[in-house]
Design a protein around this ligand. Structure first.
Ligand code: XCC
Ligand code: SF4
Length: 655
């Protein structure tokens, strides 16, 4: 009897209930037939804790966990709930919320730090394998760090050398994580009125690490017990992520690996090829995957693959590493976050190479059932299972490490055992957008021409801008919310900027093509897309590239005609199927930058209605943006559209 209760009997999901994607459904079914367990089945077997879900379980000291469920029938009169120390539901909920921000901001920013470290090695000429691919972008961003790009010699203004600029930018960027005084440089890139709001509210980030550490301190037992004051620090750390760690990651990646520009690719499990060596890169940091791309393209490796009987090497990606190599090289994503196990279940994955974030530990168990080599590469992200190979990646001999990994995959090609079954589904897509290419494709500027974004928003062909971003979540139907929301938005002439797994989903379902305009868009947006030849949904990259959305919004504000601040724009944000702490950090920096931000699924706030109201209503008075949550995708989209319409009315462009 004991055994029975310890291990709950496994339940199996109905694949059609788990995902709207046929490739995913096919692989779930296959997994069930082969008795390989996946996240979809585990989501049936294990249900979440109701009190944790409401955000009111505190385990910040050993007198707890203290759980503060709402009284049956709700709160009538005074809320008397408290933990052993007296912490109220608001305090507990706010502490939990900003600890999620700390986790998310830490993940994005530590990624940024790694990129800054590699960039510093490049600037110091300590590595041969990485170069400065986009010196123009370097010169563009240098002044933001207070680095001069010209020098006065004998009364003449001369350009400084790229090497000199690189060295100074590298030092200044790296210092953003721990400088002893001042505030983050990139804050100055925001519209002036927004900077003033941040100053007024006391949330200008000092340095990245400090804001995250201070969250950990203030949420420790017995420190900050005022949800408003806790949230102030949450906001400061979130801004240090969006306008700091993430933005620096994006910029320095562009400088080293190239700024993306539109390119053609495909998406979904069907990009894998049976007669090729299949390598999948998964995680977030492109530092390693850039080298894997180069290694896979090298004549040496292609010849070696052929020697082993393969027709070539097919590289593909999962999660944001996929987005990074898609944006810059056209490497196709094999799937979203929820498809990581399924890529191995094809039986055709010869190696899955992972770095950091969003990697299921269960990959190791799935890999055991097949021939797949699962390779961890990052010193901070290992797995306990003994079939996992760890090859530590070091920027000083990056190419050597990458070739070792690729060779291992090729050697494994002949070991395939289970019958190979790659779903045939895939879609073509145009990806690789950024602030630069949006400007370029829409008239070369943001305002003053028939084709520009601002003019089309003002004349109403484009009703507004939406950012639809973020994860998949095994508690919701895979991709359904992303796709329904995006379709509803473009049907109503709202142009969509997308990143992360949401962007992969959009690609899988054919929304990242210029052709999608005629099929799915309202007449205004369709006309714009057809005139300039862009998709109605623009892929802006990985989750750190949400910083591109902040900068695009800033450019739109600065170009004029649509108000003075981001909060004046007819714009809204959405994370339909969010699951990670990073999503909460992103949500908060969007809110604090003036964006109405709607999450799907559910928010861990229901147990603390006062704190929830603070986020959903009071935030707007401080920053112009606020949170909301709507699990129903159609209603979700219409809440965003209603906000866009409200802003159009305020701007007097609602005719
Ligand atoms: Fe992870 Fe970035 Fe979420 Fe996808 S979207 S599940 S965080 S990979 Ni960022
Ligand atoms: Fe309970 Fe307070 Fe300890 Fe939290 S900090 S576990 S509410 S006693």
């Amino acid at each position: 009897l004991k055994e029975k209760t310890a291990a709950k009997e496994a339940k199996f999901v109905d694949p059609r209930e788990a995902s709207i994607d046929p490739a995913t459904q096919e692989m779930i079914l296959r997994a069930q037939r082969l008795q390989v367990e996946t996240v979809f089945d585990r989501a049936m077997t294990m249900k979440p804790c109701a009190i944790g879900m409401q955000g009111i379980c505190c385990k910040n000291c050993a007198m707890g966990p203290c759980r503060l469920p709402l009284p049956k029938g709700g709160i009538t009169g005074e809320d008397t709930r408290k933990g052993l120390c007296g912490a109220t539901a608001n305090t507990i909920c706010a502490r939990n919320f900003i600890r999620m921000i700390a986790g998310g901001a830490a993940a994005h920013s530590d990624h940024g730090r790694s990129v800054a470290e590699v960039f510093r090695s490049v600037a110091r000429k300590e590595t041969e394998d990485y170069k400065i691919k986009d010196p123009i972008k370097l010169v563009d961003i240098a002044p933001n760090f207070g680095v001069a790009t010209t020098v006065e010699v004998d009364g003449k203004t001369l350009d400084r050398s790229i090497d000199e600029i690189a060295l100074e930018v590298a030092e200044a960027a790296y210092a953003e994580w721990g400088k002893p005084e001042g505030s983050l440089h990139y804050i100055k890139r925001a519209p002036k009125p927004l900077q003033e709001k941040w100053e007024r509210e006391g949330v200008v980030p000092r340095n990245v690490d400090r804001e995250i550490v201070e969250i950990m301190h203030r949420t420790h037992m017995g420190v900050d017990q005022d949800y408003k004051n806790l949230m102030k620090q949450g906001t400061r750390a979130a801004l240090a992520d969006g306008w700091g760690g993430s933005m620096i990651a994006t910029d320095l990646q562009d400088v080293m690996f190239g700024t993306p520009s539109p390119l053609q690719s495909e998406a979904n499990l069907g990009v894998m090829k049976e007669d090729h060596v299949n390598i999948i890169v998964h995680g977030h940091e492109p530092v390693l995957s850039e080298m894997i791309v180069a290694a896979c393209q090298s004549q040496e490796m292609i010849a070696y693959a052929k020697e082993k009987g393969a027709k070539g090497i097919q590289l593909s990606g999962i999660c944001c590493t996929a987005n990074e190599v898609l944006q810059r090289h056209g490497v196709p994503p094999a799937g979203t976050f929820l498809q990581q196990e399924l890529a191995i279940i094809t039986g055709a994955c010869d190696a899955m190479v992972v770095d950091v974030q969003c990697i299921f530990q269960n990959l190791a168990n799935v890999a055991k059932c097949f021939h797949t080599k699962l390779i961890t590469t990052h010193p901070i992200a290992k797995m306990e299972q003994d079939n996992v190979i760890h090859i530590e990646f070091d920027e000083h001999h990056a190419m050597e490490d990458a070739k070792r990994i690729v060779r291992m995959a090729i050697d494994n090609f002949t070991n395939r055992k289970a019958e190979v079954l790659i779903p045939r589904h895939k879609a073509s897509q145009i990806a690789g957008f950024g602030v630069e290419s949006i400007r370029y494709h829409l008239g070369g500027t943001f305002r003053g021409d028939y084709y520009t974004l601002n003019d089309n928003i003002i004349n109403g062909r484009i009703r507004g801008i939406a950012g639809v971003v973020g994860c998949n979540n095994a508690r919701t139907k895979h991709n359904e919310e992303h796709i329904t929301i995006i379709k509803e938005l473009i049907k109503n002439d709202v142009i969509v900027l997308t990143t992360g797994c949401s962007a992969i989903a959009a690609g899988m379902h054919g929304l990242l093509t210029p052709g999608a305009a005629a099929v799915h868009c309202g007449p205004g947006l369709a006309e714009v897309c057809e005139t300039v030849g862009i998709p109605p949904v623009l892929h802006l990259g990985s989750c750190v590239d949400n910083s591109r959305i902040l900068l695009a919004a800033t450019e739109v504000v600065k170009a004029g005609g649509l108000g003075k601040d981001i909060c004046d724009l007819p714009a809204a944000g959405s994370a339909p199927e969010w699951m990670s702490e990073k999503a909460i950090s992103i949500g908060q920096y969007f809110v604090a930058s003036g964006v109405y931000t709607v999450f799907g699924y559910h928010m861990p706030l229901e147990g603390a209605p006062v704190f929830k109201d603070y986020l959903y209503k009071q935030m707007e008075k401080m920053y112009g943006g606020m949170w909301d949550c709507e699990p129903d995708p159609v209603k979700h989209a219409h809440k965003m559209i209603a906000h866009i319409d409200k802003k159009r009315k305020e701007l007097g462009i609602d005719k």
